[in-house]
Design a protein around this ligand. Structure first.
Ligand code: NIG
Ligand code: FE
Length: 385
C-alpha cells in the first residue's frame, strides 16, 4: 500500500472501454485518427471504487441530524423509532419508479465525483417485497448507467417493528423466504448483516451466512461499528470478502484478519458525520493488513457519496499516507467488491475508468486540498461522464 506507481509525461490508449496500452511520451506510437484528450499539467488516476454504499433509499433523515446536534446519540434515536426503521417506513411507501429516480440522481452525482464502480446494499425494505424492490432498483441502475455495480442483500439490517421481541421470527423470514427469492431473481452478489448490540448477534450472523452460502452469496458484513462482539473472526471463518466499519477494533480482531482473504473496509465519512471513533487504519496497516476505504453513502449515518472526501479523511483522521489512501480507494476497493481483476488500477486489459484532475502539483494535493473539487474529467467505461 505504501507504493503508488506513477509515470510522468505519459499517454494512455483506450479502445472499446478498455485500457489497451500506456507509456511515456518519449515512446508514443503514431496516433492519428483517434480522439485525444490533452492532460498537460494534470494527473490521471484510476476512478474510485466505492465498495460499500446504501445509495438506494427514499427521502432523507435530516430531522435526526438536528436531533443529534441537540444531543441525542445515534443509538438513542434508533431506540425512539428513528434510524433504519424510519428509512424503511419511507421506502415501503415509495414506488419502485420513484425510488429509482431518487437513487439515480445520487448515482449521477457520485459518477461526477469520480466513482467508477459501486457496491449497493438493500436493507431499507425489511419486508420481502420492499427488499426485492430495492435490489431491482439497484439492478436497473446497473443497466442504465456506465459504472459497474455490485449488489448486496442486507435484509438483516434492523429488526422491523412487526417483529419486535421476535427476532427469530424475522431470521426465519430472512432465511426461508427472502434469501430464496433474492436468489431466484438473481438480484444479489453478496449478503450482509448488521452485527451489533440491539441489531443482530454473532450467532444470527452465522445462521444467515450458512443459509446464504447455499445460494452462493458471499458475505460482506457490518461489524464492530460500536462494539466488538467477535463478528470479525466469525465472518473470516465464513469466507467473508470484506468486514466493514471497524471503528472499534481489539487486538484479537486484528489477529483474526492476519493472512486471510477477507479485507477490512473503513468508512471514515460515517465517523465524521456521527462523531464516533475512526477505524484504526494506521494500526491495521502497520500490523500488516490491507485496507480499503468506502463511503457508506446512506441517509442515516453518512449522507455523502464523495470518495474524494473519504480519501482526505483517511489521510487526515486515520493517518494514511496519500499513497495508502489512494490504493485503499482504488485497487483495494475493487478487491472488496470482487472486481480486483478488472477495476482499480491503470492496467492493460482493465476497464477504462479514469479520473483526470485539474492542474495540480502532485497526487498528494488531492487529499491535502480537502473539500475542493479537483476533478476535471471522469471517464467511465471509456466514455466521458
Ligand atoms: O453502515 N450501521 C448500519 N447501517 C448503516 C447506517 C444505517 C442508517 O442509519 O440508516 C451504516 O452506517
Ligand atoms: Fe453501511
Amino acid at each position: 500500500m505504501k507504493t503508488l506507481p506513477t509515470l510522468k509525461d505519459a499517454w494512455i490508449y483506450i479502445e472499446h472501454g478498455i485500457i489497451k496500452d500506456y507509456g511515456t511520451m518519449a515512446n508514443m506510437p503514431p496516433h492519428t485518427g483517434f480522439k485525444t484528450i490533452d492532460c498537460s499539467g494534470k494527473t490521471v488516476l484510476p476512478a474510485w471504487c466505492d465498495s460499500h454504499s446504501h445509495i438506494v433509499y427514499a427521502g432523507n433523515r435530516e430531522q435526526e441530524f438536528v436531533d443529534r446536534i441537540r444531543g441525542l446519540s445515534y443509538q438513542e434515536i434508533a431506540e425512539r423509532g428513528g434510524g433504519i426503521v424510519n428509512s424503511a417506513k419511507k421506502l415501503q411507501q415509495t414506488s419502485e419508479e420513484d425510488l429509482f429516480e431518487q437513487s439515480a440522481l445520487r448515482v449521477e452525482e457520485v459518477m461526477k465525483l469520480g466513482t467508477g464502480a459501486l457496491e449497493i446494499k438493500s436493507g431499507y425494505g425489511l419486508t420481502t417485497q420492499a427488499e426485492l424492490k430495492m435490489l431491482r432498483v439497484a439492478k436497473r441502475l446497473q443497466k442504465e448507467y456506465p459504472l459497474t455495480i455490485k449488489t448486496t442483500f442486507l435484509g438483516a439490517h434492523a429488526i422491523p417493528p412487526e417483529f419486535k421481541g421476535n427476532k427469530d421470527g424475522y431470521m426465519d423470514l430472512l432465511c426461508n423466504e427472502m434469501l430464496p427469492q433474492v436468489h431466484k431473481e438473481a438480484l444479489a452478489d453478496y449478503v450482509d448483516i448488521f452485527c451489533e448490540e440491539g441489531y443482530f448477534s454473532v450467532s444470527d450472523m452465522e445462521r444467515l451466512l450458512e443459509a446464504a452460502s447455499k445460494f452462493n452469496l458471499i458475505p460482506k458484513v457490518h461489524v464492530n461499528q460500536f462494539n466488538s462482539l467477535g463478528g470479525i473472526a466469525s465472518a473470516v471463518k465464513h469466507n467473508a470478502l470484506s468486514v466493514d466499519h471497524l471503528e472499534v477494533m481489539t487486538d484479537a480482531d486484528i489477529d483474526a484478519l492476519q493472512n486471510m482473504e477477507t479485507i477490512p473496509v473503513a468508512l471514515p465519512s460515517c465517523s465524521f458525520f456521527l462523531g464516533i471513533p475512526y477505524a484504526p487504519g494506521r494500526k491495521m496497516i502497520d500490523a500488516g493488513l490491507p485496507l480499503a476505504v468506502a463511503t457508506d453513502y446512506n441517509p442515516g449515518s453518512t449522507p455523502s457519496g464523495n470518495m474524494n472526501f473519504v480519501v482526505s479523511a483517511a489521510c487526515i483522521k486515520m493517518k494514511l499516507t496519500p499513497e495508502e489512501a489512494i490504493n485503499a480507494a482504488t485497487q483495494n476497493g475493487a478487491y472488496a467488491m470482487g472486481l480486483g481483476h478488472s477495476h482499480g488500477s491503470i492496467t492493460r486489459g482493465k476497464v477504462a475508468n479514469l479520473i483526470i484532475t485539474k492542474e495540480i502539483p502532485s497526487y498528494g494535493y488531492l487529499p491535502y486540498a480537502f473539500g475542493s473539487n479537483l476533478i476535471d474529467t471522469v471517464i467511465i467505461n471509456g466514455s466521458e461522464v
